[in-house]
Every structure is written in structure tokens, then in C-alpha cells.
Write a protein that binds this ligand. Sequence first.
Ligand code: 5GP
Length: 232
Amino acid sequence: MARSKGIVIEDDFKGYPVDSFCIANSLKHDIDHVLIPGGLVDDRIERLACDIANDYSREPFSVLCVLKGGHQFFNSLLTKIRQYYRYSSFAAAANGKAKIADEDECNHHIHEEFIRIKSYEDDASSGKVQILGIENLDSLRGKNVLIVEDIIDTGKTMSQLMQTLQDYELKCCRVAALFLKRNPVNEFIPDYVGFEIPDKFIIGCSLDYNEYFRGLNHVCVISEHAKRKYST
Ligand code: 5GP
């Protein structure tokens, strides 16, 4: 399994003007620019799904979704991984090599778990990583686990989660992050990365600023105006 930095978005990339996309008028002053259009996010997740499906080669694994920000990535990734398994099994069957996998077989193959982690206030890490739901993860004991997280910035959240999961003696634990910020203090590098991005605060595609903007369908850099308006 070769690690990839994902699609690298350079620091001097200016992004796209808000007017280039269908974005509600009420949000226009809250966005500095569109960094990654939603369609590109989706296409990149498709490739991550193929890489993950290949790496696990039908070995059973559990996927641990880190809420709230990771849920859109998690849904899209799992849908595509299951699609990949269905198609490859169907193609093999068509060539007389295997029986066609049905939906149940695919559902059985990937076990889903959820936890919630909170560590940010406004646009900065509070320094405290609160993990909710960790007490219900006995089903992961001794399993292959893939953690699905929205974004890694300082790496503190993921380092703390990995440390906590050591109690569960996992067979193997890998991390998929949709975004990896170029933060000089971060030492946590995930196994699968969607995009490596500049050190800016992003919103949209489930990523929030104090619970606002999760529903925005493109990944955008928040404006200074919105930071002040929605600050705690
Ligand atoms: P870390 O512990 O790596 O500094 O931060 C990870 C968590 O901080 C993420 O799960 C996410 O909740 C939040 N976070 C870090 N950077 C950003 C960002 O640019 N936008 C948003 N919306 N959340 C971020």
C-alpha cells in the first residue's frame, strides 16, 4: 500500500469566485473563495474508494466514522467501496470466476461504527479533544479498522484517537482523511488523503464553523466577515 499526499492544492492557488457556482446569495459574503468544487471532491473520493477496496482485498474490515464533519465523506466513500465490490464481483461472475455478490454480502463485509469528536472553537483547536461514544466500541476489538475523518490540521485529534484505540488491540488501523492541511506542527500523516490543502479554514461538504455551513456543497475558504459574524 503506497501512501499518497492526494491532490496537492498549492498555497498560491486563488480558487474560484463564488459567482462561478450555484451558491445561495445569503452565503456570498461568508465565503472568500471556492477552494474545491463539490464534483471534484466526489471524483477524488471515488479513487480513494478504489484504493481502499483494493488494499483490503475483500478482507473484512470495520469503518469508524468521526462525526460530525466526517459523515458526508464516510457516506460517499462507503457507497463507492460497496459499488466497487459489487461491480468487480459481477464482472468476475460474468467471466465465470465467482458468484455474484448480493447487497447483503456487501453490507455484511463492512461493519460501521460512529464516534463524535470535538476539539475546535471558532477556527482554532481548543487544545482539548473530547471523544464521545468511545465506550461503545467493543465491536472493534481485534478487527481491521479504517478511521474516516474529514480533516487533519495539527494532528492532535487523530493522535489522541489512535492512542485511545490502543486499548482495543486492533488487528490493523488505517486512517482516511479527505483533507490534510499543510500545518508545520502536524506529524500525523494519514494512510489515505483526498487533498493536501493550504493552511486556511475551510467550510462546506460537512465541515462547519461553529455548526454553520455544513450543508454548503463546495469546499470553500471562510471569509473574515463570517468568522466575526458566527464567532462564539
Ligand atoms: P486537528 O486536531 O488535526 O488540529 O484538527 C482536526 C479537527 O479540527 C477536524 O476533525 C475538524 O473538526 C477541525 N478542523 C481542523 N481544520 C479545520 C478546517 O479548516 N475547517 C473545519 N471546518 N474544521 C477544521
